[in-house]
Design a protein around this ligand. Structure first.
Ligand SMILES: NC(=O)c1ccc[n+]([C@@H]2O[C@H](COP(=O)([O-])OP(=O)(O)OC[C@H]3O[C@@H](n4cnc5c(N)ncnc54)[C@H](OP(=O)(O)O)[C@@H]3O)[C@@H](O)[C@H]2O)c1
Length: 301
């Protein structure tokens, strides 16, 4: 790895959150900066909700090239952007801001991109998978919203199942309306919902199962959570976006049934690539060295 160096001309970016202490993004971006020998830095920025706009203006004034945005600022980031990518517009949330030289702000949502890129990196042909059957998303929170949007873009039929049924219904309706608004000439998206206590029975029809809830997360509401996958077709791809532990009980159960699995850490790493390229000007790879470095950082927490 190149020696760490920083000069008065350093390229600057950061992650805005509240709290921001748990974010792995500074570790990842500074690792890539050092590895590419880039004169730059990426810093955690703890910003209270009522200070978001002034903080973004301050970062622009200080010459930052942009920032990642995490909870609770993703809607505010959407609102502050002068131009927003179509997928972020549909998802209604932005996690990557790029400050342009003319003073304007570009916003995009890279979580869904990271999720799909990780499936592909795990050797899964995502377009072929979309033609095999629907994607069943467990959860209807912020992550489900971004992932569903990217899966619709890839041609999937998307089904939500959520503990709070109204939230799944609301999300399906909202994404449907946003998709039609943004692509009035295109095909309407295929979105529906299944009751939370019924999805295990319906698994035989699904091509992709995604856990976007915090079930199975270490320190979360149900760290031992592992659903009944006995009705799954043997072609089902089981994926989890929880990344602590790296193999959740759900993924372990799926692997033991012989299903193809994909874990959450890769999504976290891939979603960072578009921002790194925009701010620091280099393509990055999520290779074994990157994964090992981040795993080591996680294990120190
Ligand atoms: N790998 C990555 O890069 C990545 C990126 C983003 C998020 N994540 C992870 O994804 C998870 C969700 O994040 P988010 O931002 O979408 O959170 P969120 O907006 O707060 O949504 C949480 C979701 O989990 C469900 N849930 C929580 N506790 C539950 C329980 N005991 N039983 C059933 N469902 C439960 C909620 O259902 P209700 O609506 O019924 O409350 C909701 O659908 C977190 O674990 C987060 O760390 C990973």
């Amino acid at each position: 790895m190149s020696e760490f160096r920083i000069t008065g001309k350093a390229k600057l970016a950061g992650v805005i959150g509240y709290p921001v202490t748990h974010s792995l993004s500074p570790v990842l971006h500074n690792y890539w900066l050092a590895r590419h020998g880039i004169d730059g830095a990426y810093v955690p920025l703890s910003v209270a909700p009522d200070a978001f706009v002034i903080a973004v203006k301050g970062l622009q004034a200080a010459g930052f090239r942009g920032a990642n945005v995490t909870i609770p600022h993703k809607e505010a980031a959407f609102a502050i952007a002068d131009e927003v990518d179509p997928m972020a517009r549909i998802a209604g949330s932005v996690n990557t801001l790029v400050f342009r030289e003319d003073g304007s702000i570009h916003g995009s949502s890279t979580d869904g991109f990271g999720y799909v890129a990780n499936l592909e990196a795990d050797g899964i042909d995502v377009s072929a998978l979309a033609s095999r059957g629907p994607a069943l998303l467990l959860g209807a929170g912020g992550a489900a919203r971004s992932i569903a949007t990217s899966l619709l873009e890839k041609g999937f039929q998307v089904i939500f199942s959520n503990r709070t049924a109204e939230r799944a219904d609301g999300l399906a309706k909202e994404l449907d309306a946003a998709w039609r608004r943004n692509f009035p000439e295109g095909d309407a998206p295929w979105l529906s919902t299944i009751a939370w206590d019924e999805w295990e029975e319906q698994l035989g029809d699904m091509a992709l199962l995604v856990n976007t809830t915090s079930l199975g997360m270490q320190g979360g509401p149900a760290p031992d959570w592992a659903p009944n996958l006995s009705k799954a077709s043997r072609h089902l791809v089981a994926s989890d976006i929880v990344y602590v532990p790296q193999e959740t009980p759900f993924l372990k159960a799926a692997r033991e049934l012989g299903l193809t699995t994909s874990g959450g850490l890769g999504m976290l790493l891939h979603q960072a690539r578009p921002g790194f390229k925009a701010w620091f000007g280099a393509d990055t790879e999520v290779d074994e060295a990157t994964v090992a470095y981040i795993r080591a950082a996680l294990s120190r927490r």
